[in-house]
Ligand binder design. Structure first.
Ligand SMILES: Nc1ncnc2c1ncn2[C@@H]1O[C@H](COP(=O)(O)OP(=O)(O)OP(=O)(O)O)[C@@H](O)[C@H]1O
Ligand SMILES: [Mg+2]
Length: 253
């Protein structure tokens, strides 16, 4: 059965897009059929996966119902992807009816038999796009920086997931908080990890055992539209995301 996972945090620059891309290409390399969906008008995932955002169909056309979902899939060298561009930002204004949480869910139904995993990269906001992602997701992965500002938004994110759970998707679960760009050697980051674990425990959210270290190779690979698995196979970040996939698989995701 197809698993749909969202990568979400309303805070910007925490590693959502990077995590989505790394998990998608990592699972594809293990032989799974994987689709990535860029649900962020910034189009960062589309760019880093080598998709066209100028002339090809995007998720915006799909959500507007102007195109069958299958026809929006681009097969790049790295991954199967439905791209996004800035047009997507007008969805909020264009859809005002009560069913607008289900635009993505309805659009994805025909793809479920075709993929083992669908990964959705969400924008840094808890608006209608993120709610559409939650409405169709089995699980949410929450990348987070080990700094104090990051902790402040976590309750709000949790409440948004709970609202979606109660209203329209009882099976959604937060799979865990993923510490990114984490430097375990500083004393301070250890303290933040402790605080993250305390807050997460209060909210009953797991924290992944795996954390992701920092490396400039990440943005280099993204600018070159290359896979980290090939660009820097022995890099700490590549090893960490491989460990994260092992952890997810071990937990039955
Ligand atoms: N482990 C890492 N080590 C070093 N740099 C990283 C790492 N992960 C992500 N980055 C860099 O940090 C920046 C932000 O990452 P990313 O785009 O994945 O975050 P985001 O949460 O998707 O941002 P936004 O909220 O704008 O969508 C990018 O320049 C990316 O290359
Ligand atoms: Mg992003």
């Amino acid at each position: 059965m197809c698993k749909i996972l969202s990568v979400s945090n309303q805070k910007g620059g925490v590693g959502k897009t990077t995590t989505t891309g790394m998990l998608a290409i990592g699972l594809k390399a293990r032989g799974y059929r994987v689709l990535a969906i860029d649900l962020d008008p910034q189009g960062n995932l589309s760019f880093s996966m080598g998709a066209d955002t100028e002339t090809s169909a995007t998720i915006y056309d799909v959500l507007k119902g102007e195109l069958k979902t299958q026809f929006a899939i681009q097969k790049t060298e790295l991954i199967d992807i439905i791209a996004a561009n800035i047009l997507l930002s007008s969805i909020e204004l264009e859809f005002t009816d009560t069913d607008r949480e289900f635009l993505l869910k309805n659009a994805l139904q025909p793809l479920l038999p075709l993929y083992d995993y669908i990964f959705i990269d969400t924008p840094p906001a808890l608006g209608i796009l993120t709610v559409n992602a939650f409405a169709v997701s089995d699980g949410v992965i929450v990348p987070m920086l080990s700094d104090i500002f990051s902790l402040q938004g976590i309750t709000q994110l949790y409440e948004t997931v709970e609202r979606v759970k109660n209203r329209c998707n009882p099976s959604i679960a937060i799979l865990g908080i993923l510490l990114t760009k984490h430097n375990p050697r500083t004393l301070f980051s250890g303290e933040v990890r402790g605080t993250v674990e305390m807050i997460a425990k209060d909210l009953d959210i797991p924290v992944f055992d795996t954390f992701i270290r920092a490396s400039v190779a990440v943005s280099e690979a993204q600018s070159l539209q290359r896979s980290m698995l090939k660009y820097a196979p022995k890099n700490n970040v590549t090893l960490d995301y491989t460990a994260l996939i092992d952890e997810l698989v071990a937990k039955g995701v």
